[in-house]
Write a protein that binds this ligand. Structure first.
Ligand code: GLV
Length: 310
């Protein structure tokens, strides 16, 4: 595949201008999303961005490279041209999401909120803490992100279960269950972490039925907001099936000011920061794929199976 002309857009477009120096033999166009015009797609062989612009069409494109890990903005509820290769950025998202999750799990286990309140009240009230090694964590999604989160939690002695489509075993997890057997481990979970991609199968997947199977687990969502039925989640928190929720992703982002998630005492809201693409990982991820394309590699790393949707 020959790649000569490339459109680069999205929030990093200016910082990514260094690609033109790193890769001088090709023509680059670096533009803010609003300035990408439909005619640019008739010029470009490749499109590099976090998501499609409103003007996006396949034109002459042969390759689309996503600067994020999730590709639902390109594939979900959109028609994809099977002749166009889609690749994504992998980078250190698993590690970032692992540290994000661990920070909330540990703060909860060590009861930071309670200690802070006691300090304010000048109360000396010692109490016991559980150890991480006493916890069961269920991770939905056993891909590169889920595996790294499992590896990190496992290093602290946490028993980590995985849930995937197939239930195929995987060395990072104590045991992996297929989605059809999710209730085998959900009831014992202290924490449930969603890392699943958004597809037709996972849209509103975390609903009443799933939350009803939890027994006071904490719920961390670092996958996609649309995988959760928010009303069902709030109800599950109020009824105690979910003890608290730590949400980094939302059906609509930024989370609208009127959303009840902002103010619910059982919900922590963070602004989609658990795994933000860094400039170096964006540049390196893109150049690594480009090199494989130049070498004529048949199976390019980080190529997305567009028929699967992730
Ligand atoms: C962030 O959500 C990403 O897809 O990289």
């Amino acid at each position: 595949m020959e790649i000569n002309n490339i459109i680069v857009t999205g929030r990093m477009y200016q910082e990514l201008e260094k690609l033109a120096e790193l890769d001088p033999k090709r023509e680059y166009l670096f533009l803010p999303e609003a300035q990408v015009d439909p005619k640019h797609f008739d010029w470009a062989d490749a499109y590099v961005a976090f998501k499609p612009t409103a003007s996006f069409h396949f034109g002459s494109l042969k390759w689309v490279h996503a600067l994020g890990a999730g590709v639902d903005s390109f594939l979900y509820k959109r028609a994809w041209n099977k002749d166009v290769m889609l690749t994504r950025t992998v980078g250190s998202f698993g590690r970032k999401i692992g540290e994000y999750s661990l920070s909330y799990i540990l703060a909860d286990l060590q009861r930071h909120d309670e200690l802070q309140q006691h300090q304010i009240e000048r109360q000396w009230l010692p109490s016991q803490r559980k150890l991480l090694q006493e916890l069961n964590v269920v991770i939905f999604g056993t891909g590169t992100i889920g595996q790294e989160v499992a590896r990190m939690l496992g290093a602290f002695g946490v028993t980590v279960y995985g849930i995937s489509r197939s239930g195929a075993s995987n060395g990072y997890f104590h045991k992996v269950f297929p989605m059809s057997e999710v209730h085998s481990c959900l009831g014992q979970a202290d924490w449930v972490i969603n890392t699943l991609p958004l597809t037709a199968e996972t849209d509103r997947y975390f609903g009443m039925n799933l939350f009803a199977g939890m027994n006071g687990a904490g719920f961390i969502n670092v996958g996609r907001g649309a995988s959760v039925d928010d009303a069902a989640l709030l109800q599950a928190i109020d009824q105690g099936q979910v003890r608290r929720a730590v949400l980094d992703v939302f059906r609509e982002e930024p989370l609208p000011a009127q959303s009840p998630l902002w103010t619910h005492s059982g919900v922590v809201v963070t602004p989609h920061i658990s795994a933000v693409t860094g400039l170096d990982e964006a540049v390196n991820g893109y150049l690594a794929v480009l090199e494989e394309i130049d070498q004529g590699q048949q199976r390019v790393s980080y190529a997305v199976d567009v028929s699967r949707g992730y």
